[in-house]
Design a protein around this ligand. Structure first.
Ligand code: PMP
Length: 388
């Protein structure tokens, strides 16, 4: 509908991809530099990747996820495999768990969640359920409901958690709430899959955005799966770059049962992962100057900061028009690429038909679709549909 709309005022707030201040897709400068290094220094190579993937990518990906020198890496308790982005990671996770986790039947994700969670789990033979997450009244987390639901799941269920920048709500648990969630999960013997598609997007800092994962391991000694996507934070969307990590209780399990079964599950689905994106991401993660530039210039100063700025500007413009700040403060307290505005389906319909502003019918906007040129117009339209 957006593409077919000929209005010069049209705005796309539906897209799940970063857009720059001109509303254009952005190729990260570090990715361009890595592509140059790849071609000039290593030359063309279209051979298969090894079954586990690009070794440099796996190492670099584990380092940013679990932390340089972390105990779990030092103890050799993480087994990693390259995947077809985050989607492929979740698919391998489901196939792998079916083979190694006896009796597992059901996987739960938040209500609401990214639409593909249900698809993927059911495709790989899991039953699928949801736990409470979004509190419509507060436009925040339904923490009590979430804890209650974790307790009422059958013991040893699979719980999918968004590590940061929850899609679609933009609502993340506080650190204190994460502790409560970890304790409830541990008490029931559930197994966690941390879905991490936005590391660096929430706070602009890779370590802070991995806090919950590291906390679950370090304070609660949990085994888990982490699925990591480089689609958003490296802008490698269509190249399909991701890594799956399994954190085990000890090195022996990690290097034998886990490693062989991960390889088996992945081979049955993709045989081996894409070579080009693995090499690019590996160069970014393992070349000190490029890594520093990625963290600081791309993630922190550009993507995360621009999104924060747009949140503030949207709220500022709404308030300027007469909206009550306390009714819209969720725009700035929510985090990451998306915001659950609280607009209903009817209001969304008017935004699309009358104002040419496109968003999903659940009221989710992609904050990255806002820029200095359209934020005032969007604020006015939102104000008008919410007050008429
Ligand atoms: N999980 C969540 C929560 C997402 O929002 C996305 C991307 N929309 C993904 C996983 C996976 O995306 P991809 O396969 O492109 O890495």
């Amino acid at each position: 509908m957006y593409n077919a709309d000929t209005s010069s005022q049209k705005v796309d707030l539906g897209i799940g991809a970063y857009r720059d201040s001109q509303g254009k897709p952005w190729v990260l400068p570090v990715v361009e530099k890595a592509e140059k290094i790849l071609l000039e220094q290593r030359g063309r190579n279209h051979e298969y990747n090894p079954v586990m993937g690009d070794a440099g990518l796996l190492k670099g990906a584990a380092r940013i996820m679990f932390g340089e020198g972390s105990k779990v890496l030092e103890e050799n308790r993480v087994c990693s495999i390259q995947t077809v982005s985050g989607t492929g990671g979740l698919s391998v996770a489901a196939a792998f768990l079916k083979t190694v986790y006896p009796g597992v039947k059901k996987a739960y994700a938040s209500n609401p969640t990214w639409g593909n969670h249900k698809n993927i789990m059911e495709t790989f033979g899991m039953e699928y359920g949801q736990y409470s997450y979004w509190n419509k009244a507060t436009k925040g987390l339904d923490y009590e409901g979430m804890i209650r639901d974790i307790h009422s799941m059958e013991d040893r269920s699979i719980v999918i958690l968004h590590a940061c920048a929850h899609n679609p709500t933009g609502v993340d648990p506080t650190r204190q709430q994460w502790d409560g969630i970890a304790q409830a999960i541990k008490a029931k013997g559930h197994f966690v899959i941390f879905d991490t598609a936005y590391q660096g997007f929430a706070t602009g800092n890779l370590d802070d955005d991995a806090w919950a994962i590291r906390r679950f391991i370090e304070a609660y000694d949990m085994e888990m799966i982490v699925t990591q996507s480089f689609a958003k934070n490296m802008g490698l969307y269509g190249e399909r770059c991701g890594v799956l990590h399994v954190v085990s209780a000890n090195a022996q399990v990690s290097q034998t049962i886990v490693s062989s079964n991960l390889a088996k599950s992945s081979r049955s689905i993709i045989s081996s992962a894409p070579r080009y994106c693995g090499a690019i991401a590996s160069i970014v993660l393992n070349t000190p100057e490029l890594f520093a530039e990625w963290k600081q210039d791309c993630l922190n100063l550009e993507m995360s900061a621009r999104i924060h700025k747009m949140r503030k500007l949207l709220l500022h413009n709404l308030v300027k028009l007469g909206a009550k700040e306390e009714e819209w403060s969720h725009i700035t307290s929510q985090i990451g690429m998306f915001s659950f505005t609280g607009l209903n389906e009817q209001q969304v319909d008017i935004l699309i038909k009358k104002y040419h502003i496109y968003l999903t019918s659940n009221g989710r906007i992609s904050v990255a679709g806002l820029n200095e040129g359209n934020v005032e117009y969007v604020a006015k339209a939102i104000y008008e549909v919410s007050t008429s």
